[in-house]
Design a protein around this ligand. Sequence first.
Ligand code: KG4
Ligand code: ZN
Length: 378
Amino acid sequence: MEINKNVEEDGVIFMSIKDGLSENKENKANDGDVTILAIESSCDETAAAVVRNGREVLSNIISSQIALHTIYGGVVPEIASRKHVEKMNGCIRAALSEADMTLDDIDAVAVTYGPGLVGALLVGVSEAKAISFATGKPLIGVHHIEGHISANFIENKDLEPPFVCLVVSGGHSHLVVVKDYGEYEIIGQTRDDAAGEAFDKVARAIGLGYPGGPKIDKAAKEGNPDAFTFPQAQIPDAEYDFSFSGLKSCVLNYINQAKMQGQELDQKDVAASFQKAVVEVLVSHAIKACKEYGYDKLAIAGGVASNSGLRELMEKECEANKIKFYRPSPVLCTDNAAMIGAAAYYEYQKGVRFGLDMNAVPNLPLGDRERRFHANKN
Ligand code: KG4
Ligand code: ZN
């Protein structure tokens, strides 16, 4: 996969992701093809993509604000919203231009309407509504996490439900059975911190800074994963649930103790041992779910799914248990609009259409069909 990057004057990184995503980009659309313009702005990435028939990515543009938030140690919601406003039109223009299309060639406009930061979501939602109103094209609201799960369809043309998916992002840690397109059964979730949140908090505590996940991933490669034994929580009455707050507290205690005793902190060893504890619990829960629920396909999704330790161990365990393992390329694990276009296609095929009263829903639950059809009725 080819990623063209350009750092803009304000520090925002403009990315165009190409190749390996589209099988017949040169070909003109066939009758019955569904081409969707997808928009994502739930956190600190402004993104737009053109996706044909759910799995063929004609363009995928990401404008990443990470550098702007780094000095604050995390995402500042107001800065994120303001940058989305500045960057949105440019991203959409670039996505259409790279796909060699205009709004006339689009069958529908899709947008993430939740969960996420409300001010950030509203930028994408308003933009999508304006395009839908101006062009008369249907509007489809997409659940951000359903988008992450659907990222798996882009590079794995053979993947079809049902399968088990481990969703691990900055705000979610869910183990779900994808029963059909857009139909999810949640079998496990976090009781406290999300996996990505734990990565971010521990990274901050050991001085690696923001964004924590990629920094711990990098540091862990040079550290000893057996230097410390950190706890891996098992929840007695809910075997597929996760809990990362005990692990996080244990790491923080170790850091404080080391400081009080005047010992030097070995960042790389802490990173490697912490990552091992998180990854082992994620992998063991996911494999167990596949075996007990009787599925032989397992996918991973969300920003933490780009973690190299998780990908390696999951691959090994899937092979040992004869489970077929699916994972998006790292750049499709973190926030992007191609995944929103993939999820939207299956909604479009089901006849889901949103009204212009669509609103951002910052805490939208996964698989909330009721709310969606309510939105559809208006
Ligand atoms: O899915 P995502 O891009 O945004 C949300 O929907 O939350 O996930 C962001 C999260 C952050 O917590 C980030 O630290 C984590 O994913 N992350 C990683 C890695 N890359 C991103 N965590 C572990 N290892 C990585 N390589
Ligand atoms: Zn995300």
